[in-house]
Design a protein. Structure first.
Length: 293
């Protein structure tokens, strides 16, 4: 099943080119009810609806350094602190945007806007304290996540061994275009991944390159407690802009179109716009690192 949120927050499933509306208030509620949700009888053409971010989770567990090649790339960047496999921090859920939504370039804060294609796992039920064998029962589906990152801010954060603000700025969390339920993905550890900017391939890899498998990752962080509809991401593949010999030729800029694709899950498309396209004020430039602070 491809589960969507559309228009003003309605929930539905896609059947070919038709959207079948479901009788629940959100996709989180869909999972809280174990998928036992009736149809409303409403049928709409997929082309006539506007897709929104497919879910607004209560918690968003963000994984770093979980792909071997990308982990090696991170070591070459010479962060002041190592990025260990499977490390997780919380993403800002208010930064979530959906397919075709704009990523706003905050030029008063960063000049190094990067992309990171990731598989996002949707947790299907509440629980915790379980092992990899049980983890499969908690995995309800998958969606695509593009981890937008301000690398110049991240380098400052990494001096303290953290990276959160650099990834949690407003609009930096695109997900979508829908949730593909787990029964539709025969093997989530064998999915081709590709990210393109203006049609040019920037990242290419496969979920079989993970250091920690999806069940192990989900189980490892289960002591923090999951709620139905939570998200845990799996880390990104190689090819981010920051590790290129000439990164400023690769960093995102206003006007760019980013397509993040995972085979069997979907393609998430977003465009980058300048601050002025979203705000009627000068670019925000507050910083703890400015000379007058």
């Amino acid at each position: 099943m491809r589960l969507i949120t559309f228009d003003d927050g309605r929930v539905g499933r896609i059947d070919g080119e038709t959207v079948i509306e479901l009788g629940c208030g959100s996709t989180r509620e869909f999972f809280e009810r174990g998928g036992s949700v009736p149809e409303t009888g409403e049928r709409l053409a997929l082309a006539d609806v506007t897709l929104r971010a497919p879910i607004q989770p209560k918690k968003f567990f963000h994984t770093a350094g979980n792909f071997a090649v990308h982990h090696e790339e991170l070591q070459k960047v010479s962060w002041s602190h190592p990025v260990h496999k499977g490390i997780v921090f919380f993403q800002n859920v208010d930064a979530i945007i959906g397919p075709e939504d704009a990523i706003v370039y905050p030029e008063g804060l960063t000049r190094e806007l990067d992309y990171e294609l990731e598989l996002a796992v949707i947790i299907g039920k509440t629980g915790g304290w379980f092992g990899p064998e049980e983890a499969v029962d908690y995995i309800a589906g998958y969606t695509v996540f593009n981890d937008i990152t301000a690398r110049d801010i991240q380098r400052r954060e990494m001096k303290s061994g953290v990276f959160s603000f650099s990834k949690g700025i407003d609009t930096f969390c695109p997900i979508g275009p829908w949730i593909v339920t787990a029964d539709e993905v025969p093997d989530a550890q064998k999915l081709a991944m590709e990210l393109r900017v203006n049609g040019e391939v920037r990242q290419s890899g496969n979920t079989d390159q993970m250091v920690l498998s999806i069940p192990h990752l989900v189980a490892f962080h289960s002591p923090q407690g999951y709620t139905a509809g939570d998200i845990i991401t799996t880390g990104t593949i190689s090819g981010v802009a920051a590790v290129q010999p000439n990164p400023f030729d690769f960093y995102l800029k206003p006007g760019d179109v980013v397509e993040a694709e995972i085979a069997g899950v979907g393609t998430l498309r977003n465009h980058v716009v300048p601050w002025s396209a979203a705000h009627d004020t000068p670019p925000y430039s507050g910083s703890l690192y400015s000379e007058d602070v």
